[in-house]
Ligand binder design. Structure first.
Ligand code: AMP
Length: 223
């Protein structure tokens, strides 16, 4: 089977994490979630986590130097037979660093999957988002827990709102996305790698669309 080297691109709250959850099960791909990794560093109070914390709390990007090293190490460790990157790259410097590292290893990106959604949708989704300590996601209106209000259906742990899902930080994260990350859409489009998905649709629909696209990409590769 050909190697799938995938990245998920798009604004915060477009559904990248939700789709990543499904795709890693479908294709058995190692999931490398930049935000999750950084939050883990913060929780463990590592040097990187301590340095990253204030940027994250402000809705800014953590400096390229810190993030690039962390992600390239993860790819080297877990991503030999393919990977699913969520939340990386988020800047031109990060995209270049990934391209260089893959080229050096004689590998290629399969696709940059853009899950897009407009600002109003993103604000509505992020402000109602809740998650448990193991990263299972809910929404107070659209996807509340079924067993007990405020607790995860899967592991029973308490649901909390991420600090950066509070209104003031959501606005800043969107500005950061438009300034730093949105230009990567053209970057990958120019290289023939961009695939677009409508993140305002229901998760199951987006998932079907992505699976169909990946199946086609694999067929094309075999021809
Ligand atoms: P996320 O969970 O993907 O929304 O990420 C949460 C926060 O982690 C972001 O608002 C940034 O502060 C930081 N972060 C995540 N990914 C990156 C990245 N690729 N480059 C820089 N900072 C990042």
């Amino acid at each position: 089977m050909s190697e799938l080297n995938l990245i998920l691109l798009g604004p915060p709250g477009a559904g990248k994490g939700t789709q990543a959850d499904r795709l890693k099960d479908d294709f058995g791909l190692p999931y490398i979630g930049t935000g999750d990794l950084l939050r883990k560093h913060k929780e463990d109070a590592t040097e990187l986590g301590t340095e990253a914390a204030s940027y994250m709390a402000n809705g800014d990007l953590v400096p390229d130097g810190l993030v690039i090293r962390m992600i390239l190490e993860e790819i080297e460790e877990k991503g030999d037979d393919g990977f699913l990157l969520d939340g990386y790259p988020r800047s031109a410097g990060q995209a270049e660093a990934l391209a260089d590292a893959l080229e050096e290893a004689g590998r290629k990106l399969t696709a940059a999957m853009l899950i897009d959604a407009d600002d109003a949708t993103v604000i509505q989704r992020l402000s109602g988002r809740r998650q448990c300590r193991n990263g299972h996601l809910y929404h107070v209106d659209f996807d509340p827990p079924k067993n007990e209000d405020g607790f995860c259906d899967i592991d029973g742990t308490r649901l909390v709102q991420r600090d950066d899902d509070k209104p003031a930080t959501i606005g800043k994260r969107l500005v950061t996305y438009h300034e730093k990350t949105e230009p990567l859409i053209d970057y990958y489009d120019e290289r023939g790698l961009l695939r677009r998905f409508d993140g305002s649709r229901a998760p199951a629909e987006v998932h079907d669309h992505i699976r169909a696209t990946l199946a086609t990409l694999r067929l094309e590769e075999r021809l």
